[in-house]
Design a binder for this molecule. Structure first.
Ligand code: PEP
Ligand code: MN
Length: 373
C-alpha cells in the first residue's frame, strides 16, 4: 500500500507525526519513505510493507497528512505503475534527466583495455555531442581464464578522461559489492570529474544479495539488465529488490534472450517489450542492441544490424541505447566482433536521434487519435 502525502507536509509536521504514530502501532507493518517527482513538485510517498491487508483505507485516508491511498498489486510495489497517472517516473543525475520521455545513448567500450582506447572513445563521444558513455572495468566472463577486466586499477584514468571530455555519466557493471566502494574511492581520488551508473549484468539479474547491496546505496543510479533466461516478470521482480532496499533510480535494460531461436544472432531481440515495460512500471527503458545481435553484420541496404535492432527499440519508445564501440575492435579484449567502429559513431547517433524524433511523431499521431475519439 502506498500513502501519498500532501505536498506541503514535512516530517516535523504534527499531521505527519500523528500518522507516523498510528503506523508505528500497527503490527507487522514497516514503513519506507520515498521522495518522488510528482507532476508539479516532489512528493513524499510512504510505502507500507508487510501485513497491509489488515489496514483500513478509509482510516488512513482520514489522516490530515494523507493526500491519497493506493493499494498496489503485490508485484513491483515501488517500481510498478499501479494505474495512478500522477506518479511519474524518473530522476535527475549529473544534470541529465532520465525518465520515460528522455533519450540518451550510452556508447563505449564493453571492456576497458588501455588508456589510449579510453581516450579515443571519450574524444569521439564528445565530438559526436554525447555526454554519456559505457565503460566496463569488471567483466563477468563465461571462461575463468578469459580477461576479467582491469577492475579498480583503471578507474582513475577512466574517470579523469571522462571529465576531460565532458562525459557526465558512465554506465559500469559491478559484479560484487566491493566494486561500489572502489568506484566511490576512485571518484573521490579524482575529484568527481564524472558520474557513474551502476550496471547489473544479465548474469546477476537474480543475484539477490548483490541487488540488495546495490539497492542500499543512494550515490548512484542503476542500470538493471533483464535476465537472458528468465521471464520478464522474474526480471521485473528482481529489479524491485533494488527499490525495496531504498534506491528506485532504476533503468530497466532489455538485451535479448538466450535461445537458439535467435541464431545466428547472439540472442533473440526482445525489444517489442519496450512499451510493455513502460506500461507495467515507471522505469525508463534501455535497449542493448550489441549484446542482442552480437556482430557487425549489415543488411543489404548497408545498415548495421545492430542499428536496425536499436531502431526497433527506439521507435517503440526506448529511453536509452547501450551500445559497444571500439577504436580498434581487432584489439578488443572482450566482445570485439560486436563493437562498432569509430567512423560508425556519428551515423549511429544520427540514426538514433532521427528514430527517436519519429517515435515522437508516432506518439502525436496516436494522441490526436485519442482526442478525436
Ligand atoms: C555488458 O553490457 O558488457 C554485458 C556483459 O552485458 P550482459 O550482462 O547483458 O551480457
Ligand atoms: Mn559485452
Amino acid at each position: 500500500m502506498i500513502l501519498i502525502l500532501k505536498p506541503e507536509v514535512t516530517t516535523d509536521d504534527p499531521a505527519f507525526l500523528s500518522l507516523n504514530h498510528y503506523l508505528e502501532t500497527q503490527e507487522g507493518i514497516t514503513v519506507q519513505s520515498h521522495s518522488i517527482e510528482g507532476k508539479e513538485r516532489r512528493l513524499t510517498e510512504l510505502y507500507l510493507l508487510g501485513a497491509t491487508a489488515r489496514l483500513d483505507i478509509e482510516t488512513l485516508q482520514h489522516f490530515e497528512a494523507v493526500d491519497r491511498v493506493i493499494r498496489v498489486s503485490e508485484e513491483y510495489r515501488i517500481l510498478g505503475r499501479h494505474s495512478d497517472p500522477d506518479r511519474t517516473s524518473g530522476f535527475e543525475y549529473q544534470g541529465l534527466q532520465f525518465d520515460q520521455s528522455s533519450f540518451h545513448v550510452f556508447a563505449g567500450l564493453c571492456a576497458v583495455d588501455n588508456r589510449e582506447h579510453v581516450e579515443l572513445m571519450m574524444r569521439g563521444l564528445r565530438s559526436a555531442g554525447q555526454h554519456c558513455a559505457r565503460m566496463g572495468a569488471y567483466k563477468p566472463r563465461t571462461n575463468p581464464y578469459a580477461f576479467q577486466g582491469h577492475g579498480a586499477t583503471c578507474l582513475p584514468y577512466v574517470f579523469e578522461l571522462a571529465g576531460k571530455y565532458d562525459i557526465k555519466v558512465i554506465a559500469m557493471e559491478v559484479t560484487h559489492e566491493d566494486h561500489i566502494e572502489e568506484i566511490q574511492a576512485a571518484l573521490e581520488l579524482t575529484g568527481h570529474p564524472t558520474g557513474v551508473m551502476l550496471q547489473i549484468g544479465t548474469r546477476n539479474t537474480q543475484n539477490f544479495e548483490l541487488l540488495k547491496c546495490v539497492g542500499r546505496q543512494s550515490s548512484f543510479p542503476i542500470l538493471f539488465k533483464r535476465g537472458f533466461g528468465v521471464s520478464l516478470n522474474e526480471s521485473l521482480n528482481a529489479a524491485e529488490y533494488l527499490a525495496s532496499e531504498g534506491n528506485s533510480n532504476v533503468i530497466f535494460c532489455l538485451r535479448g534472450m538466450k535461445t537458439e531461436g535467435g541464431a545466428p544472432h547472439r540472442n533473440l531481440v526482445d525489444f517489442a517489450q519496450v512499451p510493455l515495460v513502460k506500461r507495467l512500471t515507471r522505469m525508463p527503458v534501455c535497449v542493448d542492441p550489441s549484446h542482442s545481435v552480437g556482430d557487425r553484420g549489415r543488411s543489404p541496404e548497408g545498415i548495421l544490424e545492430i542499428a536496425h535492432a536499436a531502431a526497433q527499440g527506439v521507435v517503440a519508445g526506448a529511453n536509452l541505447v547501450l551500445v559497444d564501440f571500439h577504436p580498434n575492435p581487432a584489439e578488443a579484449l572482450v566482445d570485439g566482433p560486436q563493437a562498432l567502429l569509430m567512423r560508425e559513431l556519428e551515423p549511429f547517433i544520427e540514426d538514433m536521434s532521427r528514430t527517436h524524433a519519429f517515435y515522437r511523431e508516432r506518439v502525436a499521431i496516436w494522441t490526436d487519435q485519442l482526442i478525436d475519439a
